[in-house]
Design a protein around this ligand. Structure first.
Ligand SMILES: [Zn+2]
Length: 187
């Protein structure tokens, strides 16, 4: 599947999500059995926030086997996340990597209004977001900057950087609106 058609598949899935009141992914026992026997070949890697309101399978009307998903607060990326994406691309054949931030992101909000009173690991996480957004006061812009930083951090992987440069994969950003349910792709 070409990159453009994968993005279109995600857009179509989001449109179905917006028009329906219930998930439209296939959760049948037959699909589960087929995936167990034949293995997975997810068409996209999604890196998004752990926020409980952001559920990629629902948002893209996806089924088991469709999406290879990494979730961290604020979509931050470090070695384990890069390694997971490398696995999805190299071993599972995913051609599209999408870093999807979302409106009203608590991690980005914490970085915008940081008071430095968090536990140690959370301080590191918020610091990563803070380094991406600087003193930005507009939350939409800050979230977009945060996703762009995660894309940059993904490309610290020589493998992913080369795959993207050669056009074998595409790495894009996106924004999910937790109110409307719509996804904006930064193509
Ligand atoms: Zn968030």
């Amino acid at each position: 599947m070409k990159d453009s058609s994968i993005i279109q598949k995600l857009k179509d899935g989001n449109a179905a999500f917006l028009s329906g009141e219930k998930p439209v992914g296939n959760i049948s026992p037959d699909l589960r059995k087929a995936l167990s026997e034949n293995g997975q070949s997810p068409y996209a890697v999604i890196i998004t926030c752990s926020d409980s309101r952001v559920v990629p399978e629902y948002i893209f009307s996806a089924s088991p086997g469709d999406l290879f998903i990494i979730r961290t607060a604020g979509c931050v990326v470090d070695d384990f996340e890069r390694g997971t994406v490398e696995y999805g691309v190299r071993h599972l054949g995913s051609k599209l990597v999408c870093v999807m931030g979302h409106t009203k992101c608590g991690a980005v909000g914490a970085a915008m209004h940081s008071h430095g009173e968090e536990p140690e690991a959370l301080t590191i996480l918020v610091g990563e977001v803070k380094s991406a957004i600087g003193d930005e006061q507009d939350s939409y812009t800050a979230i977009k900057l945060d996703t762009q930083n995660s894309i940059k951090r993904l490309k610290e992987s020589t493998y992913l950087k080369e795959q993207a440069a050669s056009g074998d994969i595409e790495i894009i950003g996106a924004m999910y609106d937790i109110d409307t349910g719509a996804v904006e792709f930064f193509e």
